[in-house]
Design a protein around this ligand. Sequence first.
Ligand SMILES: Cc1cc2nc3c(=O)[nH]c(=O)nc-3n(C[C@H](O)[C@H](O)[C@H](O)COP(=O)(O)OP(=O)(O)OC[C@H]3O[C@@H](n4cnc5c(N)ncnc54)[C@H](O)[C@@H]3O)c2cc1C
Length: 338
Amino acid sequence: MGGGLTGASAAYHLARRGVRTILLEAGSFGDGASGRTGGLALEGTAAGVVPGAEDCLATLEALVREERIECGLRLPGCWEIAHRGDGAELPWNDEGGRLRIVRTVVGGVVNPAALLLGLLRAAARAGAEIYERTPVARIAARPAPSLEIPGATINPKTVVVAANAWIGELAPALRAGMRSALTFACATERLDSAALTAIGLAPGLPFYTVDTPYLWGRTCDDGRVIFGAGLVYGAAARLERTGIGGGEAKLAIERLEARVRGLNPTLARIRFAARWAGPIGITDDLVPILCRMPGAPEILVAGGYSGHGVAMSVKAGRMLAAAIADDAPLPAWGAPRR
Ligand SMILES: Cc1cc2nc3c(=O)[nH]c(=O)nc-3n(C[C@H](O)[C@H](O)[C@H](O)COP(=O)(O)OP(=O)(O)OC[C@H]3O[C@@H](n4cnc5c(N)ncnc54)[C@H](O)[C@@H]3O)c2cc1C
């Protein structure tokens, strides 16, 4: 359950292995983080490349190639930038100093909505049954797994909980190690090549800070530049009700836009073409959750990528499918101690 990148990838890989697969999405596909992500395709996890999280980009690239998903995946590298340390200066003033490029790491960009839709289509082609507007109200583990959906209870052999920021609401045993938050992004109007050169983004590489205050972003093919930063913690359902229309979330997006305008004189009077927030799950140690539920091994959970899940979620889906179909071991990240 959960129609984001994790659920879509798990459904695809399970169906390809011949497992009868039903994907249930509470709202519409892309309603969660996957439809609102910034689209930086990064290796590993937010805590680095921990064992089991290698080759996320290669996995993503191979799948996109095999299924011919047109999602603009490009992997030219990604700048790690910082407020402190050595490296080429970007013409950006932030926190009273210049931001610098301290390293170029593997990575790139992808159109996340196109990736998600392509994966869902590939899953359907492989035989997965896919349903939108089918919220799971409750998951029971005993005597056998069962899911309450509108007007029915179903009894699958195995359940995958791929609900990311909503995991704590569905699997309370995992609530202790993960918090939900809204995170924020804005897209500038289209910038011409002179403006992109003036702000140092002509090379077209995405970027993220390795120190605080956090800032990430990328240039889109049409010249818009997406910037993102900020977190407002709370229960996913409540955060979604508020959106960016009021309270702390409204202030967070205003702060982000003011910060972007302050980076470089070219951006001072820029118009923003879009602004949005999306729900993410953040774990205490920044390592995602990827485990079987203790005491209920037929229920598998994946999510909590801490804002670093575009490539990792696709790999997690493949690992979940291998665990279910081939009994492959899972890394047991985030499994609560009993
Ligand atoms: C603004 C923003 C920018 C980001 N930028 C980047 C980035 O540049 N690079 C990067 O690597 N990561 C980024 N991330 C993180 C990345 O998008 C996520 O890690 C990834 O999309 C998680 O996918 P998922 O399928 O696990 O979760 P989601 O996409 O959140 O999917 C979970 C789904 O579960 C559904 N659901 C919830 N409850 C139920 C229920 N009861 N029944 C059925 N369905 C349910 C939801 O509706 C949702 O569709 C960003 C996230 C946001 C919000």
